[in-house]
Design a protein around this ligand. Structure first.
Ligand SMILES: Nc1nc2c(ncn2[C@@H]2O[C@H](COP(=O)(O)OP(=O)(O)OP(=O)(O)O)[C@@H](O)[C@H]2O)c(=O)[nH]1
Ligand SMILES: [Mg+2]
Length: 241
C-alpha cells in the first residue's frame, strides 16, 4: 500500500472518530414532558412485533395500587397519560410511552421509552392471574435487553413486602446486573410523619446495600410533588447510562 493509500485510510478513520465524538457531545437528555402513549403489549410473544426502536427503556414496577401510574403522570406532567385509578389491577398490559430528547424542536427524536407495568400482589389474585403476571411482567423484567433499569414503587408505609422481594428476585436473574439500575421510590410519603419517613428510607437503603445491583432510594409524594426533581434526575441517569 502506497503512502497515499495509508494517509487516506488514516484520515477516514479520523473523520469517523470526529463524527463519533461530535455525536457524543451533542447527545441530548430525555424531555419527559414530551412523553406520548405509543403502544400496549398484552402478551410477551407480541413484544418483538411492537413498533419499538432499539432505545433504552425504564419500567415502573411495584405492587398494585402503589402509585406507579400516578408517578409516571407527574414525571411527564400529564394528568392522564398513564391511567391512575382507585381500582387495584387497572393496568393489565405493558404500556410504552415514547420520550423525545431535548434538542431544538426541528431535530427532536425519540430517545427512550417509559414503561408502565401491571402491578403485582393484590390480595385476591387467583393462580391464573399470577401465572399471567409471571409470564408477561416477569418475562419482560428478566430478559428485555433494552431495559436499563426499574423504578420500584413502594408505599412508604410498607416498603419491601414479600411481593417486592419476589420482584427483586426476577430482576436479579438478569445477565446484565453490573449495568442494571434499581431506583426505589417510596411513594405516598404525605401519608406519614417525618420519623416514619426516615425509618422507611433507612430500611430501603439497608436492603439496597445487600442487592447485587446499583440501587438508589428516595421518598416521593405525588400529592405534594415532593421528590419530583430527584425522580426526574434518577430516570434521566438510568436512561442515559
Ligand atoms: N396520598 C397519596 N396518594 C397517592 C399517591 N400516589 C398515588 N396515590 C393514590 O393511590 C392510588 C393508586 O395509584 P395508581 O397510580 O393508580 O397505582 P398503580 O401502582 O398504577 O396501580 P395498578 O395500575 O393497579 O398497579 C390512586 O388512588 C392514587 O391517587 C401519593 O403520593 N399520595
Ligand atoms: Mg397503574
Amino acid at each position: 500500500m502506497g503512502p497515499n493509500g495509508y494517509a487516506g485510510n488514516f484520515s477516514q478513520e479520523r473523520r469517523f472518530a470526529l463524527a463519533r465524538d461530535q455525536a457524543a457531545t451533542v447527545s441530548h437528555s430525555p424531555s419527559f414532558a414530551s412523553a406520548e402513549f405509543l403502544t400496549s403489549v398484552a402478551q410477551l410473544p407480541a413484544l418483538p412485533l411492537a413498533p419499538l426502536a432499539m432505545l433504552p427503556e425504564l419500567a415502573f414496577v411495584g405492587r398494585s395500587n402503589s402509585g406507579k401510574s400516578t408517578a409516571i403522570n407527574l414525571l411527564t406532567q400529564r394528568r392522564r397519560l398513564a391511567f391512575a385509578s382507585k381500582t387495584p389491577g387497572r393496568t393489565q398490559m405493558l404500556n410504552f410511552f415514547s420520550v423525545l430528547d431535548d434538542a431544538p424542536a426541528a431535530r427532536r427524536k425519540t430517545c427512550a421509552y417509559l414503561v408502565d407495568l401491571p402491578g403485582y400482589g393484590f390480595a385476591r389474585a387467583e393462580a391464573t392471574t399470577r401465572k399471567r403476571w409471571d409470564s408477561l411482567v416477569g418475562g419482560y423484567l428478566l430478559a428485555r435487553r433494552m431495559l436499563r433499569g426499574v423504578v420500584l414503587v413502594m408505599d412508604a408505609r410498607r416498603p419491601l413486602l414479600p411481593a417486592d422481594e419476589d420482584l427483586l428476585g426476577w430482576i436479579c436473574g438478569r445477565e446484565d446486573l453490573a449495568r442494571f439500575r434499581v431506583h426505589m421510590l417510596l411513594s405516598k410519603a404525605d401519608q406519614i410523619g417525618a420519623a416514619q419517613r426516615r425509618e422507611a428510607k433507612k430500611r430501603a437503603e439497608q436492603r439496597a446495600e445487600d442487592l447485587p445491583i446499583a440501587t438508589s432510594v428516595q421518598l416521593f409524594s405525588a400529592h405534594d410533588r415532593s421528590g419530583l426533581e430527584e425522580l426526574r434526575e434518577a430516570a434521566a441517569q438510568i436512561l442515559g447510562g
